[in-house]
Design a protein around this ligand. Structure first.
Ligand code: NIG
Ligand code: FE
Length: 415
């Protein structure tokens, strides 16, 4: 099946040979072709260029984009998309003055989600996650990572990971699964060390044997898992070939970045608190920092110092952190606006963080994140825009006319 998209206003993120990531000053550039065409063959980008260079050759279908623009679909490298129930009551508690930690201490938070998830069937979890993911695709998400971490016992973690596996089969966008049993200590364990031992000796071997996870994660934070416990879990994961992507420095800097770098983490996520030493650790590593501004917005906590990170010649990725407790939205168009408005990224920097760098943060750098021949045709067709800034400027709006996954228009597939 061949498709020609023509009369494209601007075709953004075009690379003959795509970099694996962009860092520092490179992040301010988004290469583009004005008045362009793009051809797709069997779900892959076959060719692209200026309309003046388009040779006529047969296509199964062609679409006149009437000067709408195209960019690679968003790559969301950090979500908790599978959950049983919203936590709107906690939202109201927080409005009335309680902090995230105070809510967790009175039985809310992650343990609240674990309680409801354990009571919910795999089928019901799959159906609700499917609805959420369909909405995200409409809003431009073309690749996604999804974590476990609301089960916190063997059966329930497996149930979550099986839901993610079913999503992988049901949807044609790439989905990466991350094993996050170390998200909080469940009530049946009075001692964190004992739960860590249970994760390492009981849960991890089953998850690995069933091939249910691509990555391993730990919430390294005061009151959750300390640095030694995180390293123990990451080392155990490495023995099964699971690379780390970890939650660190959300509320405090306790050495999680240094340890994650030591364990060759693909990404360190959150970083709302970042010390000069943490920054130095990142400079000496191949680990990509991931900022989650929707979480900062929702919880009213500091934003990750993305400007500082980029000005230190580091790469940065952005993700949604979609979850019922700290970021109940997977709308990456809003994340784009927040990154510009609150973190002082330019629209180009934020778009690089959501495409090329987001792809790298989940191991998809060779197939997604840029408009490059041979990469997957996962594309956002924008409404008619004058510049990339338009996508961030009307915050809360989704200026997307269509999304292509593997070269198929999701508008058409809905019809
Ligand atoms: O990334 N911080 C840890 N985990 C999630 C929140 C999970 C929850 O509150 O349910 C996060 O923000
Ligand atoms: Fe998270």
């Amino acid at each position: 099946m061949t498709t020609l998209l023509y009369n494209i206003g601007h075709l953004y993120q075009t690379y003959e040979k795509a970099p694996l990531l962009v860092r520092g000053k490179e992040m301010s550039k988004v290469p583009f072709i004005q008045n362009a065409y793009l051809s797709i063959n069997n779900g892959l980008i076959e060719d692209f260029g200026s309309m003046t260079e388009l040779k006529s050759f047969p296509f199964d279908q062609s679409v006149d984009l009437s000067h709408k623009s195209i960019l690679p679909a968003w790559c969301d490298s950090h979500t908790h998309l599978v959950y049983a129930k919203d936590r709107a009551d906690e939202f109201v508690d927080r409005i009335q003055g309680l902090t995230y930690q105070e809510i967790a201490a009175k039985g809310g938070g992650i343990l609240n989600s674990a309680k409801t998830l354990r009571e919910t069937s795999e089928e019901a979890l799959f159906e609700s996650a499917k609805l959420r993911l369909n909405k995200l695709i409409e809003m431009g998400t073309g690749a996604i990572e999804i974590k476990s971490g609301y089960g916190l016992d063997l059966d329930s973690e497996i149930k979550m990971l099986q839901v993610i596996q079913r999503l992988k089969s049901h949807f044609s966008l790439p989905i990466k699964a991350t094993f996050l049993a170390a998200h909080a200590v469940p009530n049946e364990f009075s001692n964190t060390e004992d739960y860590v031992t249970h994760i390492v000796e009981v849960m991890l071997p089953v998850v690995a044997e069933k091939g249910l996870a691509d990555y391993i994660d730990v919430f390294c934070e005061k009151g959750y898992f300390d640095v030694n416990q995180m390293e123990r879990i990451l080392k155990a994961g490495a023995q099964y070939g699971l690379k780390p992507k970890v939650h660190v420095n959300q509320f405090s800097s306790i050495g999680g970045i240094k340890a994650a770098v030591r364990q060759n983490a693909v990404s360190v996520d959150h970083l709302e608190v970042l010390t000069p030493d943490d920054l130095d650790q990142l400079k000496q590593s191949n680990t990509i920092p991931v900022a989650l501004p929707a979480c900062s917005f929702f919880l009213g906590i500091p934003y990750t110092p993305g400007r500082l990170i980029i000005d230190n010649d580091l790469p940065l990725a952005l993700a949604s952190d979609f979850n019922p407790g700290s970021a109940p939205s997977g709308n990456l168009n809003l994340v784009l606006s927040l990154a510009c408005i609150k973190m002082k990224l330019t629209p180009e920097e934020a778009i690089n963080a959501l495409t090329i760098n987001g792809a790298l943060a989940m191991g998809l750098e060779h197939t997604h994140g840029t408009i490059t021949r041979g990469k997957k045709a996962n594309l956002i067709v924008t409404e008619c825009i004058d510049s990339l800034a338009d996508l961030a400027y009307n915050f809360g709006e989704v200026k997307i006319a269509d999304v292509y996954i593997n070269g198929i228009s999701t508008n058409n597939s809905k019809a």
